[in-house]
Design a protein around this ligand. Structure first.
Ligand SMILES: Cc1cc2nc3c(=O)[nH]c(=O)nc-3n(C[C@H](O)[C@H](O)[C@H](O)COP(=O)(O)OP(=O)(O)OC[C@H]3O[C@@H](n4cnc5c(N)ncnc54)[C@H](O)[C@@H]3O)c2cc1C
Length: 384
């Protein structure tokens, strides 16, 4: 590690020692959301949020290597994902590329400080993988947009102050041409957020109904009807590697914990258990190497590129198999509650259930395979 990055890591480690993160995994209640908001404020106080943003907008202009160190160190300290992560990872970079200076001044500092939490209002019941099929309408009337439609799977929409929404502003244009991006105030009249219960029992994502919601025209991000191009900036950041570093550290820790528990109670004597754990350990190591390759590409100034689909695809399958193995070797103990302090065995079941989402969110595994086939391997496109 170059001295500059080692200094950076040491500074962060000392700061984390003085500011221990809250012991909370996910916000599903208002109180938990409030605790996460406060943690984000603490991070902001130390300038430890949005570190990849330019200094003029409150970031540190951190390099890809520093972002990797940052995510790994926060994961090691047991820090939860920040409440305003959609704002930090998606909205900020989109505003930097397509927003007006007035919008950057209006929103960017508040995003970092946790004053405004954003959610992403892209997916609809009839538009997920085929996002350009979205049908939520925004009609410009009387100096405002009037928005009507329904969004779904909107993570953290219950706690959000604003949502970046893709809406159709020209229904007569071809699907990709008539879309715009709007910032919708979530407390506006006509916004109805209904939580969806997931198989883990948690309620992280939501349905959002938009009934004649009035949105000021200066909440348009990027040019009208050119929202598809704007959304591609947002989606490129979503596919970016940032979250992967966190996952790597967590999965390494999970395997180590499982290995130690099995070694402690004799389960390691079973060759099938040993084989399952070894396979998982090797998979996590391959994942680490994928991440190292991504980092090296980014450090050489390359874009994240379609190769990121490989990492996403591998991570989705690997994390699912890892929790399947962990649940299998834990046997009946896996049915214990996740909070069981003594063994923690129950967390494998939660992981088994929650990792189902990994091959869906941020682009399904089928879509990642298509991207790899067409854009990395150069295979011919399937006739449509
Ligand atoms: C945990 C989680 C959080 C999420 N958070 C958000 C959020 O905050 N905001 C937001 O807007 N969205 C969010 N999403 C939604 C996510 O982006 C979509 O679920 C995803 O894009 C897939 O769309 P879909 O669910 O409509 O599935 P569909 O697109 O309907 O796909 C259904 C099945 O068909 C397959 N399929 C579809 N098209 C093709 C094709 N061309 N070739 C081969 N197979 C195909 C898919 O792979 C899948 O197996 C979240 C999802 C999850 C799981």
């Amino acid at each position: 590690m170059p001295p500059r990055d080692a200094d950076f890591r040491d500074e962060l480690q000392s700061w984390l020692a003085e500011h221990p993160p809250p012991d909370i995994e996910l916000a599903t209640t208002r109180e938990e959301a409030q605790r996460l908001r406060e943690w984000q404020r603490t991070l902001h106080g130390g300038r430890w949020i949005g570190i990849h943003w330019p200094v003029q907008y409150g970031g540190r202009g951190a390099s890809p290597a520093q972002v990797a160190i940052y995510n790994a160190e926060l994961a090691r300290a047991g820090a939860p994902p920040v409440l305003g992560r959609a704002g930090v990872t998606l909205v900020g970079p989109t505003l930097m590329t397509h927003g007006t200076e007035e919008q950057r001044l209006r929103w960017m500092r508040r995003i970092l400080a946790g004053d405004d939490v954003w959610c992403q209002l892209f997916s609809e019941p009839g538009a997920g993988s085929d996002l350009a099929a979205l049908s939520t309408r925004a009609d410009k009337r009387g100096g405002v947009y009037r928005v009507n439609g329904q969004k779904v799977w909107s993570s953290y929409a219950t706690f959000a102050d604003l949502g970046i929404a893709l809406v159709r502003t020209n229904p007569d244009a071809p699907p990709h041409k008539g879309i715009s991006m709007l910032a919708i105030p979530m407390d506006a009249e006509g916004v109805d957020v209904r939580p969806l219960r997931q198989i883990t029992g948690e309620r992280e994502f939501n349905e959002v109904f938009l009934d004649d919601v009035e949105v000021p025209v200066d909440n348009l991000i990027g040019p009208e009807n050119d929202g598809w191009r704007v959304a591609n900036t947002t989606l490129a950041n979503e596919r970016g590697a940032a979250f992967i570093w966190r996952e790597q550290v967590q999965l390494e820790a999970a395997i180590e914990h499982l290995w130690n528990t099995c070694a402690g109670d004799g389960r390691l004597d079973d060759p099938l258990v040993r084989e399952g754990l070894a396979r998982s350990r090797i998979a996590v190591e391959i994942f680490r190497l994928h991440n190292a390759r991504t980092l090296s590409r980014l450090s050489r100034g390359h874009d994240i590129g379609p190769e990121s689909s490989l990492v996403k695809l591998f991570w989705a399958g690997m994390s699912q198999r890892l929790f399947e193995t962990a649940t299998a070797v834990s046997g009946p103990r896996a049915t214990l509650a996740a909070e069981d302090e003594n063994t923690g065995d129950g967390k494998w079941t939660r992981g088994l259930l929650s990792t189902r989402a990994n091959s869906i969110m941020g682009g399904t595994s089928e879509i990642q395979r298509t991207i790899l086939a067409e854009r990395v391997l150069g295979l011919p496109r399937e006739p449509r």
